[in-house]
Write a protein that binds this ligand. Structure first.
Ligand code: ZN
Ligand code: ZN
Length: 287
């Protein structure tokens, strides 16, 4: 991927239409953004009208947004053992990829899902099969597997899980599958970014080439190491504290990897995001 002028951004609202999102990124001085292309807690799969796609592309250009990622619906479970829910999830995921292709959104970040039968190997296989079908059907957007906090029966809370899902997608489609590491999820899953920053990335490299890491979600965590609880906090205000974020911002291996905030926004959607981004930008200067 081409070098970005600034890889720091945030999840922004699509209220009023997806074409409204780039202006919200601009209010944060952000050149990368994450958005929902639909209501994430509904099964309805709206199609993107050509006018909307044009407006989105024009807004991106105007506001100087260099890279966009969508987050898939919370209802999708491509690891489901229930054939009906799996098919519904696949249709929804495929529709998400289609909306991204229409909009020119570069990638979709997806949670690997829940193996509610307690069989993660089967869940991993089902997920890879779903991704393969969707990638085959819709050319274009990349798919980024998000590391999860490991709550309940969720799969994808370890680097080897993500590697296994990716390996289950045959070449050449596999080349469109990357990884998103959410710092809150990583810490909650037991990856000690505070006490063993170097070791965490060694563990990543033991499972996957570092080039597969294509996105960070930068969130502090309300809960502790290995808690398997997914609650985001403002940068430096949670159990991670500022140091892992400083280390990430100074880590040259990741300087071109987009970094998106999903931290609590407060009332006006701008003040806290701006404050968190200012903190992160400050970390780029070695102290
Ligand atoms: Zn995330
Ligand atoms: Zn989360």
């Amino acid at each position: 991927m081409a070098a970005l002028d600034d890889e720091l951004g945030a999840h922004v609202s699509s209220r009023g239409g997806v074409d409204q999102a780039p202006a919200r990124a601009r209010l944060l001085d952000a050149r990368v953004l994450q958005l929902f292309t639909k209501q994430p807690n509904r099964w309805a799969e709206p199609r993107i009208a050509p006018d909307t796609a044009r407006a989105f592309r024009a807004a991106r250009e105007r506001e100087g947004v260099e890279w966009c990622v969508s987050h898939d619906s919370y209802l999708i479970n491509l690891a489901s053992p229930d054939p009906a829910l799996w098919r519904r999830s696949l249709a929804s995921f495929r529709a998400e990829l289609e909306r991204c292709a229409t909009l020119g959104v570069e990638a979709v970040v997806t949670h690997p899902g829940n193996a509610v039968d307690g069989d993660p190997e089967r869940g991993i296989e089902a997920n890879a099969r779903g991704l393969t079908e969707a990638l085959e059907a819709v050319p274009g957007p990349r798919v980024l597997l998000e590391l999860t906090a490991g709550t309940g029966t969720s799969i994808g809370a370890t680097f080897p899980h993500l590697a296994a899902i990716r390996a289950g997608v045959p070449e050449p489609l596999r080349n469109r599958v990357g990884v998103c590491v959410d710092t809150c999820h990583a810490y909650a899953a037991g990856y000690d970014l505070v006490g063993d920053y170097t070791g965490v990335w060694q563990a990543y490299e033991d499972a996957l080439p570092l080039t597969t890491l294509e996105l960070f979600h930068l969130n502090d965590s309300l809960h502790g190491l290995g808690s398997h609880r997914d609650r985001h906090a403002g940068i430096g205000e949670g159990t991670l504290g500022p140091e892992p974020f400083r280390a990430l911002l100074l880590d040259e291996r990741f300087s071109d990897v987009p970094k998106i905030l999903e931290t609590p926004k407060g009332d006006d959607e701008v003040t806290l995001d701006r404050r968190n981004l200012a903190l992160l930008r400050g970390f780029r200067t070695p102290s």
